[in-house]
Design a protein around this ligand. Structure first.
Ligand SMILES: Cc1cc2nc3c(=O)[nH]c(=O)nc-3n(C[C@H](O)[C@H](O)[C@H](O)COP(=O)(O)OP(=O)(O)OC[C@H]3O[C@@H](n4cnc5c(N)ncnc54)[C@H](O)[C@@H]3O)c2cc1C
Length: 397
């Protein structure tokens, strides 16, 4: 006899049961695809598009239950930008056809996504970007350059912000597209970081054609979609709640013990960093609870800023503990082209080098401070002399 679930939690439990009963694997595209079909991928998305139209507060519990039953989710790591940012943007602003085409293979990580906002002259002030898209019938012709594009070399699709109207102020003339990274005229070149890895790239567009059906949102409304993307990026970067004592601070404790360090000052410093890491972890849990209730608190905005600083201090401390060993990269300095971003943390030496990027990626710490000053503390805003000027009249270097 079948019964109708009474509560949202019962519905979720029923779907989890069905997923486990119908799947032989606990990982991989088939398993994640079934998870999508049952509405457990992004539970807050609409039914038929990977969700059940429920509160996002259930997602953590779904993942935890499935992990308890042996499931694993490498898709989140391999398609970080797609699942963490592209999905929410499409859910909020995409058409049903676009969601149908892109969301499922995004979640299964069969199609990797990248984010193309930054340009050589427009990083912090991304709204000032220059890449032009000009309409030609049912298509747009795109010319220009993007930079620091994480995983562009393995991506099938890119979230792309372009300037479609230079005659209006900078925030108004932008339009958001999804671009097929294999289109003619798209050239991806590696940029090597100090870790020796080229996680990111320069991407050149020369007369690249994008069908109008791959435009997301209205023409000229690209800034609103850009903000949705960036908001999701900062939350993803700064608010990861990992188990107590894991990650960078866990490595510091491990190295401290392996080296048999007895120095009381070092022990005191380690304890201080551990307390700070734990306080940050608990703050992130509180911020995440606030977000679930729909009340984003200031903790969310401080997360990215504080994490960038703390991660640098912890990795620096661990390197210090290693003494002379800290000066040498295990395995030597090699150049590579990883297909997953942010894995340099596998050795303390590379984690130290990779942490330099934390205060730049996803918005610099200075910019985070501006946001906190203006939006949270209510301090006077920065002078914005170009705000009302047509973009084409703003001097650029
Ligand atoms: C590891 C990594 C991955 C990245 N991945 C991507 C990606 O996938 N896609 C993408 O589009 N971009 C990506 N970026 C780019 C990143 O978003 C930019 O580097 C960042 O926004 C800063 O822009 P910028 O480098 O042009 O520096 P600039 O904006 O030129 O800033 C230079 C300096 O000036 C300071 N500054 C600028 N404006 C202000 C201000 N108003 N007040 C105070 N100080 C200010 C900055 O803090 C910084 O110290 C990535 C960056 C890194 C490091």
């Amino acid at each position: 006899m079948t019964t109708t679930p009474n509560t949202e939690q019962e519905l979720i439990d029923e779907r989890i049961g069905q997923l486990l009963a119908e799947s032989t694997e606990r990982s991989g595209p088939e398993f994640w695809g079934k998870m999508y079909d049952l509405g457990l991928a992004w539970v807050h998305f609409s039914e038929g598009f990977g969700g059940l139209g429920l509160s996002p507060k259930y997602q953590k519990g779904i993942i935890a239950s499935l992990r308890d039953k042996g499931a694993s989710f490498a898709n989140y790591q391999t398609n970080l930008l797609g699942i963490g940012m592209g999905g929410p943007v499409l859910s909020a602003h995409g058409t049903d056809e676009q969601k149908m085409r892109w969301l499922r293979p995004m979640f299964t990580a069969e199609e990797i996504w990248c984010q193309m906002f930054s340009e050589p002259g427009s990083g912090s002030d991304v709204a000032s970007l220059s890449m032009r898209a000009v309409r030609d019938g049912d298509e747009w012709i795109v010319n220009g350059q993007k930079v620091w594009t994480t995983l562009a070399h393995v991506a099938s699709w890119g979230m792309l912000v372009t300037r479609t109207d230079p005659d209006v102020p900078k925030h108004q003339g932008l339009t958001y597209f999804v671009v097929d990274m294999k289109s003619p005229g798209v050239e991806v070149r590696p940029l090597y970081q100090i870790t020796g890895e080229a996680e990111f790239n320069e991407v050149y567009f020369t007369d690249t054609r994008i069908p109008d059906s791959d435009r997301v949102g209205e023409v000229g409304d690209g800034w609103r979609l850009t903000l949705t993307t960036l908001m999701n990026e900062r939350v993803a970067i700064g608010s990861n709640v990992s188990p107590r004592g894991s990650g960078a601070i866990g490595d510091a404790v491990r190295v401290f013990n392996e080296k048999g360090i007895t120095d009381r000052l070092k022990r005191d410093q380690l304890a201080g960093l551990w307390v700070e890491a734990e306080a940050m972890r608990l703050t992130n849990i509180r911020a995440s609870d606030h977000r679930k209730k729909g009340v984003p608190g200031p903790e969310g905005s401080t997360g990215k800023l504080h994490w960038a600083d703390l991660n640098k201090r912890i990795t620096e401390f661990t390197l210090d503990l290693l003494g002379a060993d800290g000066l040498v990269l295990p395995g030597g300095y090699t150049q590579s082209r990883p297909s997953v971003a942010g894995l340099s943390g596998q050795t303390a030496q590379r984690a130290f080098l990779r942490a330099r990027a934390n205060s730049i990626e996803g918005g610099t710490s200075e910019v985070m401070k501006n946001i906190l000053g203006e939006r949270v503390l209510g301090l006077p805003g920065e002078p914005r002399v170009d705000k009302d000027l047509p973009w084409k009249d703003v001097p650029r270097s």
